[in-house]
Design a protein around this ligand. Sequence first.
Ligand code: NAD
Ligand code: ZN
Length: 342
Amino acid sequence: MKALVKSRAEQGIWMEQVPFPVCGHNDALIRITKTAICGTDIHIFNWDQWAQQTIPVPMVVGHEFVGEVIEIGGEVQGLKPGDRVSAEGHITCGYCRNCRAGKRHLCRNTVGVGVNRPGCFAEYLCVPAVNVFRIPDNISDDMASVLDPLGNAAHTALSFDLVGEDVLITGAGPIGMMAAAICRHVGARHVVITDVNDYRLELAGRMGATRTVNVTKESLESVMDDIGMVEGFDVGLEMSGNPSAFGDMLEKMNHGGKVALLGILPPDTAIDWNTVVFKGLFVKGIYGREMFETWYKMTSMLQSGLDIAPAITHHFAIDDYQEAFEVMRSGQSGKVILDWTR
Ligand code: NAD
Ligand code: ZN
């Protein structure tokens, strides 16, 4: 079958023929219809330090998709051929303490689809059936193909009560802009989002941010003055992975504020711990999505009017994958979808 493979330890990704996956007793075999490109795939394409340390080559990459179940293993229940599905890309062990306690997002033995085992940028994908999530009929293929990053946004944003709260989101990448939409959907008051990229800030504004801030042109302080914010933000969602954005966030939080960290900061990022201590801040790290509570919450929100359509900016046929990766690498995009059926 056809697949996008990281087959060489250098920049790029290549369409190649790879063996058809074998479906085990507890697995589902899925025919891929649409996939979306994640920031992780761009790290792998660029072959940066993280990718070099993490990705064994050759590796079929990709983990954001929608498709159709075509075969199930003998032990599988609750799924059938023909079901339209996506899947949780974190495959967990099932036997560690957290897995056994139903906190699978905290599994210490997680394996990543398209990172440590073959991914979804392929005609077919085989994953454990417990990871598969059936897509309700009234959720489109486009939306279904971006449930993974929407789930990152939902897991982060829904970590805290947002009703009537003032939220600061640092980073208006695809995940930050989707988080802005969620915050408004569930009843936050001010949703201020920062970035250094005007294209993305414009999208975030269309998706529900009440104020967009390009930090290279305008200071957060002046924006806070402008909107009459005296005490600081109640909730902070760090979604840039940029140390100065995180430092700024800690400084602008109200005392007792709650901060969730999704962005992957460089390991040597320094922060002013006294700010955390004297303000009594609560800081929470976020990894992936809660299995499967986040999946149910986000599909329910989509069904109750959450609109993330503006976040999907580009569609390409799979044979034009090079162009799709270039658009994603340029920063002048939201989510980029690859269609495997045309
Ligand atoms: P992205 O790289 O597309 O978006 C990050 C955005 O931050 C970009 O638009 C960039 O312009 C902006 N930015 C850069 N410097 C900034 C600054 N000083 N202030 C404000 N914004 C700034 O990433 P994404 O796909 O939207 O993901 C968001 C973050 O979450 C990334 O760091 C990603 O690695 C991380 N991530 C973490 C998990 C997890 O499980 N913890 C999962 C997915 C993604
Ligand atoms: Zn586990």
